[in-house]
Design a binder for this molecule. Structure first.
Ligand code: G3P
Ligand code: CA
Length: 255
């Protein structure tokens, strides 16, 4: 099954539970993060945004409509308003009462138990969010090189650069699904401030993996929602697989 094995080279990958084990429990909730721990993933991936009154909260969409019983933009709602929403029942009755978590509580609950891949989601909507995220990590001493299981990523490259200046010891990643970002020049530029190049699996090839590695970066790819995609990414030799279903990554291949 595994080309890497057949050539005698066993390459291990990190198993990253996308928004938690979101195939099995409501994304970006404690239910999904606990499930990822239970399933022995290496990391949870979280999406960070900000409430109207400045609290850092975890939710993927920039509105609450899809994943809660409320409506409106995340940044137009106060923390109390967000916290009163039900973020679980859309995924199944058994998850009724799951809350939108804060960034702080997730750092406290999971650091040391499982790695945390932090995505700044639409940071352009939240001026100064980089400073708030950096402050929260520093306050918990999570900005040190020994805490290597904290990684920060974003589709917003200016935001990644800013985070790299604020937290020079924390690994940074750039996210993209665009082939225009895979030219030698673009990759070279990313490597000046990022440690990870994290593309959609739709643009991954062995050549890309090699080019990224040659520039000294790692490559984590998303979003796995089928066994076939997980196997494809293993075959391509990526360093991490970001998946809704942690069990699709063969445990023999996991770090
Ligand atoms: O971690 C990568 C992945 O989360 C990027 O896409 O839309 O799921 O945040 P999205
Ligand atoms: Ca994400």
């Amino acid at each position: 099954t595994f080309a890497a094995e057949s050539t005698g080279e066993i390459r291990k990958v990190d198993n990253v539970a996308h928004r938690g084990a979101s195939g099995y429990a409501p994304e970006n909730t404690i239910a999904a993060f606990d499930k990822a721990v239970e399933m022995k993933a290496d990391y949870i991936e979280i999406d960070v945004q900000r409430s109207k009154d400045g609290e850092l909260v975890l939710i993927h969409d920039t509105t609450v409509d899809r994943t809660t019983d409320g409506t409106g933009k995340v940044g137009d709602l106060t923390f109390d308003e967000l916290r009163n929403l039900d973020a679980g029942s859309w995924k199944g009755e058994q998850f009724t009462g799951e809350k939108i978590p804060t960034f702080d509580e997730i750092l406290d609950r999971y650091h040391g138990k499982i790695g945390i891949l932090i995505e700044l989601k639409a940071p352009e909507l939240y001026p100064g969010i980089e400073e708030s995220v950096a402050k929260a990590l520093k306050a918990k001493n999570l900005d040190k090189p020994s805490n290597e299981k904290i990684i920060i990523q974003s589709f917003n490259f200016e935001s990644v650069k800013k985070m790299n200046d604020l937290l020079p010891k924390v690994p940074m990643g750039v996210l993209t699904s665009s082939k225009t970002h895979t030219t030698p020049m673009a990759l070279q530029e990313f490597s000046s401030y990022a440690d990870y190049f994290n593309p959609s699996y739709t643009i991954v090839s062995k050549e890309l993996v090699n080019e990224v590695h040659d520039l000294g970066m790692k490559i984590s790819s998303w979003t796995v929602r089928s066994q076939e995609t997980a196997d494809f990414l293993l075959e391509m030799g990526v360093d991490a697989i970001i998946t809704d279903y942690p069990d699709y990554v063969d445990p023999r291949m996991q770090n």
